[in-house]
Design a protein around this ligand. Structure first.
Ligand SMILES: Nc1ncnc2c1ncn2[C@@H]1O[C@H](COP(=O)(O)OP(=O)(O)OP(=O)(O)O)[C@@H](O)[C@H]1O
Ligand SMILES: [Mg+2]
Length: 344
């Protein structure tokens, strides 16, 4: 029948923050934001599956736009703009509006962005993490009570932001210099952490609760000598071809490999992560696995971000990965994937 009205395609919203080309004294000011290529890649996955897709840049009028469009579900990769709760802002809005969304909820995202709170919490589950102090100002009256070398990191950043090539310090003078510089540039507490030399790994997790599964760990193997070249800093991430090679699965004995995956799964579960996450570890020369930090909203830039790279190494294409994350969310909400052939 010509006038028959077809049911609307289930609509997927994508929420995100774009890089804007802001110039700042801190060259990593927009490190966590996405380029439009990433949004387009995710959009194309859903278009190719027959969904109606609507894009929502997470700016000042997003609440009104979401209310009006009311997508059936949102694929959220918005990093937020201000404060240590920024990654939680869009999920909190979506929860408030009753719109289902992919990924962790606002409580997990707010907590995980605060490195110190997360370390403190995970310690109660006997997860090993480097000893640390939190500096709330650049003037440390007493020594930090840790043994050098130490690494200094902004307490609530990601994407290597604020972790420059001078982040590792060997004495009180160097520590003071980095703290002075970082407080000026980043204006937030600094985590002073025991530096764990040794191999570096990141583990991607997919799924929920007992059904969550870990991909094989990916080793980030450093190509250059010199400690400053052996941290996954903003500089190294942006010039990764010169500094690192990625190995997945890594050359690890089975016991260590499994222990690392089990630790990642435990962390994903105790932090109530949903659908996906990526967890960074260092393996000390003594064989201890140290939790460094968790990314419950890992970057999804195709062929660049660690998480899609891990999936690809493990035989999962970008499209499959996006749809797997999406299907985990659908399952949580008791929703079914759109089937264009059946029109349902
Ligand atoms: N305690 C530590 N010992 C040794 N290296 C460390 C330590 N903490 C951080 N690093 C190095 O610095 C890198 C960045 O640290 P971290 O993962 O905490 O920052 P991030 O900006 O949140 O990372 P991401 O880009 O994964 O969001 C790590 O990948 C690791 O190479
Ligand atoms: Mg990291």
């Amino acid at each position: 029948m010509e006038n028959e009205t077809k049911p609307p395609l289930p609509s997927v919203g994508i929420t995100y923050n774009l890089k804007k080309g802001v110039i700042s004294e801190a060259d990593d000011i927009e490190a966590e934001y996405d380029s439009f290529d990433t949004i387009a890649a995710i959009r194309d996955v859903f278009l190719s599956e027959g969904y109606k897709v609507e894009l929502f840049e997470a700016d000042a009028d997003i609440v009104e736009r979401l209310k009006e469009a009311k997508p059936d579900i949102v694929f959220n990769i918005a990093e937020g703009t201000t404060g240590r709760g920024r990654e939680a802002h869009i999920p909190a809005i979506l929860s408030y509006l009753g719109i289902p969304y992919t990924g962790s909820d606002e409580t997990t995202l707010a907590m995980a962005l605060d490195k110190e709170i997360t370390k403190r919490y995970l310690s109660t589950f006997h997860i090993q993490t480097p000893d640390y102090r939190l500096a709330k100002s650049p003037s440390i009256e007493e020594g930090p009570g840790l043994t050098f070398p130490l690494i200094v990191k902004p307490n609530h950043e990601g994407s290597g932001k604020g972790i420059g090539q001078t982040a590792v310090v060997d004495n009180a003078e160097e520590l003071k210099a980095v703290l002075d510089k970082n407080f000026k540039l980043y204006g937030q507490p600094m985590l002073i952490e025991q530096f764990i030399s040794g191999r570096e790994f990141t583990v991607g997790v997919l799924g929920n609760g007992e059904n969550a599964r870990a991909f094989e760990p990916m080793e980030i193997r450093y190509l250059k000598e010199g400690r400053e070249n052996r941290i996954y800093s903003f500089h190294v991430k942006t010039h990764y071809k010169d500094y690192v090679e990625y190995i997945c699965p890594p050359l690890l004995d089975d016991e260590t490999n499994n222990r690392m995956k089990e630790t990642a799964l435990k962390i994903h579960r105790v932090l109530s992560c949903r659908d996906f996450s990526r967890i960074d570890f260092r393996l000390s020369d003594q064989g201890d696995i140290y939790f460094i930090e968790i990314n419950p909203l890992p970057g999804l830039a195709p062929s660049y971000s660690d998480y899609p790279m891990i999936a690809e190494f493990c035989g999962m294409s970008y499209k499959e990965l996006i749809l797997s994350v999406f299907n985990c969310a659908l399952e949580r909400y008791g929703m079914k994937p759109w089937n264009p052939n059946r029109g349902e």
